[in-house]
Design a protein around this ligand. Structure first.
Ligand code: ZN
Length: 392
């Protein structure tokens, strides 16, 4: 038994969006290290995006991931299958084969689906199968070779900007298609105030759209790109960190239900990918281990309440995925439990992450809110060394 006196006991967290990098990029992360980091972050279920090598577009890759997760993993891994074969945006992958193998949703995340016909077919077919499409909304003809949020700061730093329109036009378009086809669509990593408005309006019109935001987009601004007088590649992420007005709008959206869930978009990278010029650095933040502490800042500053935060990490992602036995502590559900101390302070040090990716813009920051134990399927997957593990 764990002594959870004065701690919060929550259903195990569910992450709709992460990158475990295996197969193909084991120098960045493996299913073993990724799920170990997930457990440290309080996640008992994680959905992994298909931009692996080979990508998750065949039964063989789904089988490999599921088997590796069972043998090496510290959390439940639910694979997300590719919308297009090879994620190249041309031919639709075999959705039936992937569903039979066990994928929970479809996405070409990392890349948008730019061909409207491919997206229409995928929306219609996934609706027929009762699965959701998760879209990385980016009009690459607008984002071009941008590396940070477009605006005054990008101009000052002489860096190519990614305008908000690159996201917002893609959000508009995929929502229109979903509305036309009466299909469900889930918008990944919303980053702009305009996107929040578009999604809110669509929901009011009855479109079956859901949306997620990441802890970094909910708490950090583009100012993180500058660390002292140096550019910080650990703050380079796609979509980019935006302005204070965008962050505030995302938090309002989280509170009023426009943003349904919090998802990490955990994107670990090797040092080679990040210790280089800003223009050349990879996009992405290693996010599992700081997710709770980051989001607790919204609770401590009274921008959202604790119950809202917990629901966005548990029952809401379970609802989006239509997995009603997850994200709950009710009888019959797997024994997935996260125990955390809402007031414990700790200093972030990417070098001691369980994740192989130490790429976090929060290095050296003090966070308030810490996972103390994670129980996955009735077994202790992670335990802080300060928590008592004894008969109580
Ligand atoms: Zn993405």
């Amino acid at each position: 038994m764990l002594d959870a006196t004065s701690l919060i006991v929550s259903p195990g967290f569910i992450d709709l969006h992460c990158h475990l990098r295996q197969p193909g990029y084991e120098h960045k992360e493996t299913i073993a290290t990724g799920t170990e980091a997930a457990a440290m972050g309080g996640f008992t279920t994680v959905c992994c995006m298909p931009n692996t090598n080979p990508p998750i577009d065949s039964k063989a890759v789904v089988d490999f991931i599921k088997l590796t997760a069972i043998t090496d993993g510290s959390a439940r891994v639910l694979p997300i299958g590719c919308i297009s074969q090879g994620r190249d945006g041309k031919e639709q992958s075999d959705l039936s084969e992937l569903i039979a193998a066990g994928v929970v949703a479809f996405s070409d995340d990392g890349s948008p689906v730019s061909d409207p016909q491919l997206m229409s077919d995928a929306l219609a077919d996934s609706r027929a199968h009762g699965k959701i499409i998760i879209e990385h909304c980016e009009d690459i003809s607008i984002s071009g070779n941008g590396v940070m949020n477009a605006g005054q700061l990008a101009d000052k730093l002489r860096l190519a900007g990614i305008p908000v329109e690159a996201e917002e036009m893609a959000v508009e378009r995929v929502i229109s298609l979903a509305q036309l086809l009466s299909a469900k669509v889930h918008i990944a990593h919303v980053s702009t105030a305009g996107s929040v408005d578009i999604i809110r309006n669509a929901k009011e019109q009855g479109v079956e759209v859901t949306a997620e935001a990441t802890p970094h987009h909910l708490t950090l601004t583009e100012d993180c790109v500058l660390s002292g007088n140096r550019l910080n590649t650990n703050a380079k992420v796609n979509p980019p960190l935006r302005t204070r007005a965008d962050v505030d709008a995302l938090v309002v959206g989280l509170r009023d239900g426009t943003i349904d869930a919090i998802a990490t978009d955990h994107a670990p990278h090797s040092e080679d990918d990040k210790i280089c010029e800003f223009d050349r650095a990879a996009f992405g933040i290693s996010g599992f281990e700081t997710a709770l502490g980051s989001c607790m800042s919204l609770v401590h500053s009274k921008k959202i309440d604790l119950n809202t935060l917990i629901s966005k990490l548990t029952i809401e992602p379970a609802r989006i995925l239509d997995v009603p036995l997850l994200g709950t502590l009710k009888v019959g559900a797997p024994a997935d439990v996260t125990i955390f101390d809402p007031d414990a302070q700790w200093q972030v040090d990417g070098d001691i992450f369980a994740s192989m990716g130490s790429n976090t813009p929060l290095n050296g920051h003090t966070l308030t809110g810490k996972v103390m134990a994670t129980i996955f399927g009735g077994k202790v997957a992670y335990r802080d060394r300060t928590i008592n593990l004894e008969e109580v």
